[in-house]
Design a protein around this ligand. Structure first.
Ligand SMILES: [Zn+2]
Length: 409
Protein backbone atom coordinates (compact mmCIF):
# COMPACT_ATOMS: atom_id res chain seq x y z
CA UNK A 1 0.00 0.00 0.00
CA UNK A 2 1.22 3.51 -0.77
CA UNK A 3 1.12 6.21 1.87
CA UNK A 4 1.86 9.90 1.42
CA UNK A 5 5.10 11.34 2.81
CA UNK A 6 3.04 13.85 4.89
CA UNK A 7 1.12 11.02 6.53
CA UNK A 8 4.26 8.99 7.27
CA UNK A 9 5.91 12.07 8.72
CA UNK A 10 2.99 12.73 11.05
CA UNK A 11 2.50 9.25 12.50
CA UNK A 12 4.17 8.62 15.87
CA UNK A 13 7.39 6.76 15.15
CA UNK A 14 10.32 5.35 17.08
CA UNK A 15 13.98 4.92 16.26
CA UNK A 16 15.60 2.20 18.35
CA UNK A 17 18.78 1.75 16.33
CA UNK A 18 20.39 5.12 16.01
CA UNK A 19 24.09 5.79 16.41
CA UNK A 20 24.58 9.24 17.86
CA UNK A 21 28.06 9.48 16.35
CA UNK A 22 26.66 8.65 12.90
CA UNK A 23 23.81 11.13 13.12
CA UNK A 24 25.25 14.62 13.44
CA UNK A 25 24.02 17.50 11.33
CA UNK A 26 26.63 17.88 8.62
CA UNK A 27 26.66 21.65 9.14
CA UNK A 28 27.45 21.16 12.83
CA UNK A 29 30.24 18.70 12.05
CA UNK A 30 31.89 21.16 9.65
CA UNK A 31 31.48 24.19 11.92
CA UNK A 32 32.80 22.44 15.02
CA UNK A 33 35.67 20.80 13.16
CA UNK A 34 36.76 24.28 12.01
CA UNK A 35 36.43 25.67 15.52
CA UNK A 36 38.27 22.77 17.18
CA UNK A 37 40.88 22.66 14.39
CA UNK A 38 40.05 19.09 13.43
CA UNK A 39 41.10 18.22 9.93
CA UNK A 40 38.34 17.23 7.48
CA UNK A 41 38.83 16.25 3.81
CA UNK A 42 36.48 19.12 2.88
CA UNK A 43 34.78 21.99 4.69
CA UNK A 44 31.70 22.19 2.48
CA UNK A 45 28.60 20.01 2.72
CA UNK A 46 28.85 18.98 -0.95
CA UNK A 47 32.52 18.16 -0.56
CA UNK A 48 31.87 15.97 2.48
CA UNK A 49 29.00 14.22 0.67
CA UNK A 50 31.32 13.52 -2.27
CA UNK A 51 34.23 12.29 -0.23
CA UNK A 52 32.91 10.79 2.98
CA UNK A 53 29.13 10.56 3.43
CA UNK A 54 28.08 8.92 0.18
CA UNK A 55 24.86 7.39 -1.11
CA UNK A 56 26.49 4.04 -1.70
CA UNK A 57 29.64 2.58 -0.14
CA UNK A 58 32.17 0.07 -1.43
CA UNK A 59 31.96 -1.97 1.76
CA UNK A 60 31.38 -1.71 5.52
CA UNK A 61 34.92 -0.36 5.94
CA UNK A 62 34.21 2.67 3.76
CA UNK A 63 30.88 3.16 5.51
CA UNK A 64 32.59 3.24 8.91
CA UNK A 65 35.31 5.67 7.78
CA UNK A 66 33.19 8.77 8.53
CA UNK A 67 33.08 7.94 12.26
CA UNK A 68 36.70 9.03 12.47
CA UNK A 69 35.60 12.65 11.98
CA UNK A 70 32.38 12.56 13.97
CA UNK A 71 34.02 10.97 17.02
CA UNK A 72 36.81 13.54 16.91
CA UNK A 73 34.39 16.47 17.32
CA UNK A 74 32.36 14.62 19.94
CA UNK A 75 35.37 14.50 22.27
CA UNK A 76 34.26 17.90 23.48
CA UNK A 77 31.49 18.08 26.06
CA UNK A 78 29.83 21.18 24.63
CA UNK A 79 29.72 19.62 21.18
CA UNK A 80 28.37 16.38 22.66
CA UNK A 81 25.55 18.29 24.31
CA UNK A 82 24.80 20.35 21.20
CA UNK A 83 24.79 17.30 18.90
CA UNK A 84 22.51 15.41 21.30
CA UNK A 85 20.09 18.32 21.46
CA UNK A 86 20.03 18.70 17.67
CA UNK A 87 19.49 14.97 17.18
CA UNK A 88 16.50 15.00 19.53
CA UNK A 89 15.10 18.07 17.72
CA UNK A 90 15.55 16.52 14.27
CA UNK A 91 13.83 13.34 15.41
CA UNK A 92 10.92 15.20 16.93
CA UNK A 93 10.46 17.32 13.82
CA UNK A 94 9.91 14.25 11.67
CA UNK A 95 7.38 12.69 14.04
CA UNK A 96 9.60 10.43 16.12
CA UNK A 97 8.09 10.25 19.60
CA UNK A 98 10.55 7.88 21.26
CA UNK A 99 14.15 7.11 20.38
CA UNK A 100 17.11 5.25 21.76
CA UNK A 101 20.45 6.70 20.78
CA UNK A 102 23.61 4.65 21.16
CA UNK A 103 27.33 5.26 21.14
CA UNK A 104 30.50 3.75 22.57
CA UNK A 105 31.50 6.10 25.43
CA UNK A 106 35.07 4.82 25.31
CA UNK A 107 35.42 6.24 21.79
CA UNK A 108 34.76 9.71 23.19
CA UNK A 109 36.68 9.34 26.46
CA UNK A 110 40.18 10.41 27.27
CA UNK A 111 40.65 8.73 30.64
CA UNK A 112 40.85 11.27 33.44
CA UNK A 113 40.49 14.27 31.11
CA UNK A 114 37.11 13.16 29.75
CA UNK A 115 35.33 10.59 31.88
CA UNK A 116 32.39 8.30 31.19
CA UNK A 117 30.23 10.25 33.64
CA UNK A 118 30.97 13.49 31.79
CA UNK A 119 30.33 12.05 28.33
CA UNK A 120 26.98 10.50 29.31
CA UNK A 121 25.93 13.55 31.29
CA UNK A 122 26.58 15.90 28.36
CA UNK A 123 24.53 13.68 26.04
CA UNK A 124 21.71 13.42 28.58
CA UNK A 125 21.66 17.20 29.06
CA UNK A 126 21.14 17.76 25.32
CA UNK A 127 18.36 15.17 25.07
CA UNK A 128 16.68 16.36 28.23
CA UNK A 129 16.57 19.95 27.02
CA UNK A 130 14.78 18.94 23.82
CA UNK A 131 12.45 16.60 25.70
CA UNK A 132 11.38 19.34 28.13
CA UNK A 133 10.78 21.81 25.29
CA UNK A 134 8.54 19.44 23.37
CA UNK A 135 6.71 18.08 26.38
CA UNK A 136 5.69 21.63 27.30
CA UNK A 137 3.66 21.87 24.06
CA UNK A 138 -0.06 22.33 24.50
CA UNK A 139 -1.11 19.12 22.76
CA UNK A 140 1.18 17.06 24.99
CA UNK A 141 0.16 18.82 28.19
CA UNK A 142 -3.52 18.29 27.26
CA UNK A 143 -2.73 14.63 26.50
CA UNK A 144 -3.86 14.96 22.88
CA UNK A 145 -0.49 13.73 21.63
CA UNK A 146 2.07 11.28 23.05
CA UNK A 147 4.89 12.77 25.03
CA UNK A 148 8.50 12.67 23.90
CA UNK A 149 11.06 10.43 25.56
CA UNK A 150 14.34 8.62 24.98
CA UNK A 151 16.85 6.13 26.28
CA UNK A 152 20.63 5.88 25.92
CA UNK A 153 22.34 2.65 24.84
CA UNK A 154 25.99 2.19 25.72
CA UNK A 155 28.03 0.27 23.14
CA UNK A 156 31.04 -1.96 23.60
CA UNK A 157 33.33 -2.22 20.60
CA UNK A 158 33.86 -5.74 19.27
CA UNK A 159 37.19 -4.56 17.98
CA UNK A 160 39.49 -1.66 18.79
CA UNK A 161 43.18 -1.44 18.11
CA UNK A 162 46.12 -0.04 20.08
CA UNK A 163 46.24 3.12 17.93
CA UNK A 164 43.83 5.40 16.15
CA UNK A 165 40.53 4.51 17.86
CA UNK A 166 40.46 6.93 20.78
CA UNK A 167 42.76 8.44 23.41
CA UNK A 168 41.09 6.18 25.99
CA UNK A 169 41.65 2.99 23.99
CA UNK A 170 45.29 3.97 23.36
CA UNK A 171 45.82 4.23 27.09
CA UNK A 172 43.89 1.02 27.70
CA UNK A 173 46.29 -0.92 25.48
CA UNK A 174 49.31 0.75 27.05
CA UNK A 175 48.13 -0.37 30.49
CA UNK A 176 47.70 -4.00 29.38
CA UNK A 177 51.03 -4.80 27.77
CA UNK A 178 50.97 -8.45 28.79
CA UNK A 179 47.48 -9.27 27.57
CA UNK A 180 46.47 -10.55 24.14
CA UNK A 181 44.23 -8.45 21.90
CA UNK A 182 41.21 -10.63 22.68
CA UNK A 183 41.83 -10.22 26.41
CA UNK A 184 42.07 -6.46 25.99
CA UNK A 185 38.80 -6.39 24.03
CA UNK A 186 37.03 -8.47 26.68
CA UNK A 187 38.32 -6.20 29.46
CA UNK A 188 37.35 -3.09 27.50
CA UNK A 189 33.76 -4.34 27.22
CA UNK A 190 33.62 -5.29 30.89
CA UNK A 191 34.91 -1.90 31.95
CA UNK A 192 32.30 -0.20 29.75
CA UNK A 193 29.38 -2.15 31.18
CA UNK A 194 30.48 -1.63 34.79
CA UNK A 195 30.76 2.09 34.08
CA UNK A 196 27.37 2.24 32.35
CA UNK A 197 25.66 0.50 35.29
CA UNK A 198 27.46 2.80 37.74
CA UNK A 199 26.48 5.97 35.85
CA UNK A 200 22.86 4.79 35.58
CA UNK A 201 22.67 4.01 39.29
CA UNK A 202 24.55 6.97 40.72
CA UNK A 203 23.53 9.78 38.36
CA UNK A 204 20.09 8.38 37.50
CA UNK A 205 20.61 8.74 33.74
CA UNK A 206 18.36 6.68 31.43
CA UNK A 207 21.11 4.35 30.24
CA UNK A 208 18.75 1.55 29.38
CA UNK A 209 20.83 -1.06 27.56
CA UNK A 210 24.16 -2.16 26.22
CA UNK A 211 25.06 -3.04 22.66
CA UNK A 212 27.96 -4.65 20.86
CA UNK A 213 29.04 -2.68 17.79
CA UNK A 214 31.85 -2.64 15.27
CA UNK A 215 33.37 -5.28 13.06
CA UNK A 216 31.47 -8.57 13.44
CA UNK A 217 33.78 -10.74 11.32
CA UNK A 218 36.52 -12.29 13.46
CA UNK A 219 35.10 -11.09 16.78
CA UNK A 220 32.35 -13.51 17.86
CA UNK A 221 29.76 -12.78 20.54
CA UNK A 222 31.20 -15.35 22.94
CA UNK A 223 34.16 -13.06 23.73
CA UNK A 224 31.74 -10.66 25.37
CA UNK A 225 29.85 -13.12 27.53
CA UNK A 226 31.17 -11.79 30.88
CA UNK A 227 30.31 -8.20 29.96
CA UNK A 228 26.76 -9.18 28.98
CA UNK A 229 26.38 -11.39 32.07
CA UNK A 230 27.18 -8.36 34.19
CA UNK A 231 24.54 -6.30 32.36
CA UNK A 232 22.04 -9.14 32.75
CA UNK A 233 22.71 -9.41 36.48
CA UNK A 234 22.19 -5.66 36.86
CA UNK A 235 18.85 -5.48 35.03
CA UNK A 236 20.31 -3.70 32.03
CA UNK A 237 18.65 -4.52 28.69
CA UNK A 238 20.68 -6.00 25.87
CA UNK A 239 20.83 -5.56 22.14
CA UNK A 240 23.55 -6.88 19.84
CA UNK A 241 24.60 -6.09 16.28
CA UNK A 242 24.27 -9.56 14.77
CA UNK A 243 23.68 -11.02 11.36
CA UNK A 244 25.01 -7.89 9.65
CA UNK A 245 28.02 -9.76 8.28
CA UNK A 246 27.42 -13.30 9.59
CA UNK A 247 24.51 -15.67 9.44
CA UNK A 248 22.05 -17.48 11.68
CA UNK A 249 24.56 -19.04 14.08
CA UNK A 250 25.96 -15.61 14.93
CA UNK A 251 22.41 -14.43 15.63
CA UNK A 252 21.79 -17.45 17.84
CA UNK A 253 25.06 -16.78 19.69
CA UNK A 254 23.83 -13.29 20.51
CA UNK A 255 20.62 -14.75 21.93
CA UNK A 256 22.16 -17.74 23.72
CA UNK A 257 25.42 -16.23 25.04
CA UNK A 258 24.52 -12.57 25.40
CA UNK A 259 20.80 -12.82 26.34
CA UNK A 260 19.91 -10.41 23.50
CA UNK A 261 16.43 -8.86 23.86
CA UNK A 262 16.79 -7.26 20.43
CA UNK A 263 19.01 -7.77 17.40
CA UNK A 264 20.65 -5.07 15.34
CA UNK A 265 20.08 -5.81 11.62
CA UNK A 266 19.68 -9.62 11.63
CA UNK A 267 20.00 -9.21 7.89
CA UNK A 268 21.38 -12.67 7.08
CA UNK A 269 18.96 -14.58 9.32
CA UNK A 270 17.49 -16.64 6.45
CA UNK A 271 20.62 -17.12 4.36
CA UNK A 272 21.69 -20.80 4.39
CA UNK A 273 24.97 -19.90 2.68
CA UNK A 274 26.00 -17.68 5.58
CA UNK A 275 26.03 -20.58 8.03
CA UNK A 276 29.64 -21.67 8.52
CA UNK A 277 29.28 -24.05 11.48
CA UNK A 278 29.95 -27.50 10.04
CA UNK A 279 28.15 -29.17 12.95
CA UNK A 280 24.88 -27.77 11.62
CA UNK A 281 23.86 -30.44 9.13
CA UNK A 282 20.38 -29.37 8.09
CA UNK A 283 20.77 -25.64 7.64
CA UNK A 284 17.19 -24.93 6.63
CA UNK A 285 15.90 -26.80 9.63
CA UNK A 286 18.25 -24.79 11.87
CA UNK A 287 17.05 -21.50 10.43
CA UNK A 288 13.41 -22.51 10.83
CA UNK A 289 13.92 -23.43 14.47
CA UNK A 290 15.76 -20.19 15.13
CA UNK A 291 13.06 -18.10 13.40
CA UNK A 292 10.32 -19.78 15.42
CA UNK A 293 12.26 -19.07 18.59
CA UNK A 294 12.80 -15.40 17.68
CA UNK A 295 9.14 -14.96 16.69
CA UNK A 296 7.79 -16.73 19.76
CA UNK A 297 10.05 -14.86 22.21
CA UNK A 298 9.29 -11.54 20.48
CA UNK A 299 13.00 -10.83 20.12
CA UNK A 300 12.80 -7.70 18.03
CA UNK A 301 14.88 -7.06 14.94
CA UNK A 302 16.05 -3.49 14.42
CA UNK A 303 15.81 -3.25 10.64
CA UNK A 304 17.90 -0.60 8.85
CA UNK A 305 17.02 -0.79 5.15
CA UNK A 306 19.10 2.04 3.69
CA UNK A 307 22.15 1.13 5.74
CA UNK A 308 21.95 -2.51 4.60
CA UNK A 309 21.64 -1.41 0.98
CA UNK A 310 24.71 0.79 1.39
CA UNK A 311 26.96 -1.81 2.98
CA UNK A 312 25.91 -4.98 1.12
CA UNK A 313 27.18 -4.87 -2.45
CA UNK A 314 25.11 -8.05 -3.19
CA UNK A 315 21.86 -6.35 -2.30
CA UNK A 316 20.95 -4.57 -5.50
CA UNK A 317 17.18 -4.38 -5.12
CA UNK A 318 15.52 -3.50 -1.84
CA UNK A 319 12.70 -5.93 -2.64
CA UNK A 320 15.23 -8.74 -2.04
CA UNK A 321 15.90 -7.58 1.52
CA UNK A 322 15.17 -10.19 4.21
CA UNK A 323 12.68 -7.77 5.78
CA UNK A 324 10.13 -9.31 3.40
CA UNK A 325 10.57 -12.72 5.03
CA UNK A 326 10.55 -11.19 8.53
CA UNK A 327 7.17 -9.62 7.77
CA UNK A 328 5.84 -12.87 6.30
CA UNK A 329 6.86 -14.80 9.41
CA UNK A 330 5.38 -12.14 11.70
CA UNK A 331 8.69 -11.59 13.46
CA UNK A 332 8.68 -8.50 15.65
CA UNK A 333 10.50 -5.79 13.65
CA UNK A 334 11.03 -2.11 13.92
CA UNK A 335 12.37 0.27 11.29
CA UNK A 336 15.44 2.28 12.23
CA UNK A 337 17.89 4.66 10.61
CA UNK A 338 21.21 3.29 11.92
CA UNK A 339 22.99 6.55 11.05
CA UNK A 340 21.09 9.64 9.98
CA UNK A 341 24.18 11.37 8.57
CA UNK A 342 26.22 8.46 7.26
CA UNK A 343 23.19 6.78 5.67
CA UNK A 344 21.64 10.15 4.76
CA UNK A 345 18.25 9.06 6.01
CA UNK A 346 15.38 9.64 8.45
CA UNK A 347 12.76 7.33 9.97
CA UNK A 348 10.22 8.88 7.57
CA UNK A 349 12.42 7.93 4.61
CA UNK A 350 12.86 4.38 5.96
CA UNK A 351 9.11 3.95 6.39
CA UNK A 352 8.42 5.29 2.91
CA UNK A 353 10.97 2.88 1.48
CA UNK A 354 9.38 0.01 3.41
CA UNK A 355 5.83 0.81 2.35
CA UNK A 356 6.86 1.30 -1.29
CA UNK A 357 8.77 -1.99 -1.51
CA UNK A 358 6.91 -4.43 0.73
CA UNK A 359 3.34 -5.48 1.46
CA UNK A 360 2.47 -3.20 4.36
CA UNK A 361 -1.13 -2.16 4.99
CA UNK A 362 -2.27 0.39 7.56
CA UNK A 363 -2.46 -2.03 10.48
CA UNK A 364 0.97 -3.49 9.64
CA UNK A 365 2.29 0.08 9.56
CA UNK A 366 0.72 0.78 12.93
CA UNK A 367 2.29 -2.44 14.26
CA UNK A 368 5.72 -1.23 13.13
CA UNK A 369 5.22 1.99 15.10
CA UNK A 370 3.74 0.30 18.15
CA UNK A 371 6.27 -2.57 18.29
CA UNK A 372 8.97 0.07 18.36
CA UNK A 373 7.59 1.33 21.63
CA UNK A 374 6.47 -2.03 23.04
CA UNK A 375 9.90 -3.54 22.51
CA UNK A 376 11.75 -0.41 23.52
CA UNK A 377 13.85 -0.30 26.66
CA UNK A 378 11.77 2.55 28.04
CA UNK A 379 13.19 3.68 31.37
CA UNK A 380 9.89 4.21 33.21
CA UNK A 381 7.70 1.58 34.85
CA UNK A 382 5.85 -1.10 32.92
CA UNK A 383 2.53 0.60 33.71
CA UNK A 384 3.85 3.90 32.35
CA UNK A 385 5.07 2.11 29.25
CA UNK A 386 1.62 0.59 28.69
CA UNK A 387 -0.05 3.95 28.86
CA UNK A 388 2.63 5.39 26.52
CA UNK A 389 1.84 2.59 24.04
CA UNK A 390 -1.87 3.37 24.33
CA UNK A 391 -1.29 7.07 23.64
CA UNK A 392 0.84 6.24 20.57
CA UNK A 393 -1.81 3.83 19.26
CA UNK A 394 -4.66 6.31 19.61
CA UNK A 395 -2.54 9.11 18.14
CA UNK A 396 -1.75 6.92 15.13
CA UNK A 397 -5.47 6.31 14.61
CA UNK A 398 -6.22 10.02 14.91
CA UNK A 399 -3.59 10.91 12.28
CA UNK A 400 -4.91 8.14 10.00
CA UNK A 401 -8.41 9.59 10.28
CA UNK A 402 -7.19 13.12 9.53
CA UNK A 403 -5.45 11.83 6.39
CA UNK A 404 -8.37 9.62 5.30
CA UNK A 405 -6.21 6.53 5.62
CA UNK A 406 -8.43 3.51 6.26
CA UNK A 407 -7.61 0.29 8.08
CA UNK A 408 -9.40 -2.06 5.68
CA UNK A 409 -7.06 -3.10 2.92
ZN1 LIG B 1 24.28 -0.07 13.90
Amino acid sequence: MKFSPEFIKKIPKTDLHLHLDGSLRLKTLIETAKRLKIELPSYTEDGMRDLVFKDRYKDLGEYLHGFKYTCAVLRDLEVMEQVSYELAVDNYNEGVRYFEARFAPQLMMDGAALTMEEVFSACHKGFERAKKEFNAKDEVVKEQAPHYDYGIISCAMRMFGPKGFSPYYNKFYEAHTFSTQIEVLKMGAQEMVRGAVRVRDTLGLPIVAIDLAGQEAGYPAEYFREAYDYAHEHFMHKTVHAGEAYGAESIFQAIRDLHADRLGHGYYLFDVNKIEDTLIQDREDYINHLCEYIAEKRITIEVCLTSNMQTNPDLKNLKDHSFKEMLARKISCTLCTDNRLISNTTVTKEMLLATENFEIDTSALMDLCVYGLKRSFFHGTYLQKRSYVRSVTSYFKKIAQEHNVSFSS
